[in-house]
Design a protein around this ligand. Sequence first.
Ligand SMILES: *Cc1c(COP(=O)(O)O)cnc(C)c1O
Length: 455
Amino acid sequence: MSEQNKYMMGEDRIPKSWYNITADLPAPPPPVLHPGHGGPIGPDDLAPLFPMALIGQEVSTERHIEIPQPVRDIYKMWRPTPLYRAHGLEKALGTTARIFYKYEGVSPAGSHKPNTAVAQAFYNKQEGVTKLSTETGAGQWGSSLAFAGGLFGLEVKIYMVKVSYQQKPYRRALMETYGAKCIASPSTETDSGRAILAAHPDSPGSLGIAISEAVEVAAKNPDTKYALGSVLNHVLLHQTVVGIEAIEQMEMADAYPDVVIGCAGGGSNFAGIAFPFIGKKLRDGKDVRVLAVEPAACPSLTRGVYAFDFGDTGHLTPLVKMHTLGSEFIPPGFHAGGLRYHGMSPLVSHCKELGLIEARAYHQNPCFEAGVLFARTEGIVPAPESNHAVRAAIDEALKAKQEGKATNILFCLSGHGHFDMQAYTDYFAGKLVDQDYDPKELEASLAHLPKVAAE
Ligand SMILES: *Cc1c(COP(=O)(O)O)cnc(C)c1O
């Protein structure tokens, strides 16, 4: 076994195609339903929101989808990303396990999100779109789309969840530096925002509300399309560059993972690292455990129901079948802003139903404890979202130690926490509360799930 720390590859190893797991699944994912008539939607229903190329990818059953050369050329700015062996962390834990992590924080925006932002900006530009609207939670997606839109000369307008807008002024400054306009959501700019403010003037906002605002702007303006940073099939598809590269780097390390771990908000970095490994399992029978980790305050995969639901609070989006807490669910204002979404990607949800993945939820204090240990042993300060994956990786390593096993653990370190240092300051000051969601609020939200005939 090599004692190498870092597995790097040249630009020529950037994948030439994305991997579409739909081609290998034993059962097709459920259809997407029209919010009006309740029947399956067609490409025309989505055309006001997305360019045709992305709609095509959304419903594609092709196993490999070619990455356009201009997108690969931009990927060269930071891809292939490094895969590290966490020798320092392993030593601190005294574990018999080998811990590897794929580090996506080396991208210009500091997370995995530019992997899809660049692809989405490219296809929109190619189809003549001039403006993009979107939402952002912690600001990671907003800054990624601001960066990518800027490269292609697109105007980008971003509705940022109000609590994050207030907590993360530097993320907003980053979006503005890349040339985007950033608005606190709920805002008075849209019908959806005004309706929320009328009912809840002090609303901290949520991703569901911000999505309604961004979708409304795209639906009402022919020159504007909408971009989503997670959840949808095409977003997960673009993120598979993470797992495809990781398979090759784990080969360089001469260690196939026994368990692959990712934190899950909408599910995109998790799917990005996990789907290529699940594909190998489905095609070649190469066994691997796959673990999605979510916050206990917004536990869609572990506590939500698997049902058709809206993607947003204003009920403008199509109905997708997913693990959901209900589109009216507003999680407590905890720090991992990128994990505050009420639902889970339909493809990840489907994989959960098929028994291909496991899910686990953690409170934020144990996650920050893990993140601090990681920073002190590996040098990288993880994003609060990524700390969930770090926590799970540590727990798996401690379990391996107890059992005396040489388990190979691979996790996605989805981003760095340089813009989230206030959260670390609050953690050190003992100010982070391990808030649970309010069960009554969850019950009320689930009572309003849309009734769907197809079920
Ligand atoms: C947005 C974000 C997440 C959560 O989004 P997914 O779509 O679930 O990956 C996780 N980590 C970081 C660093 C993020 O920016």
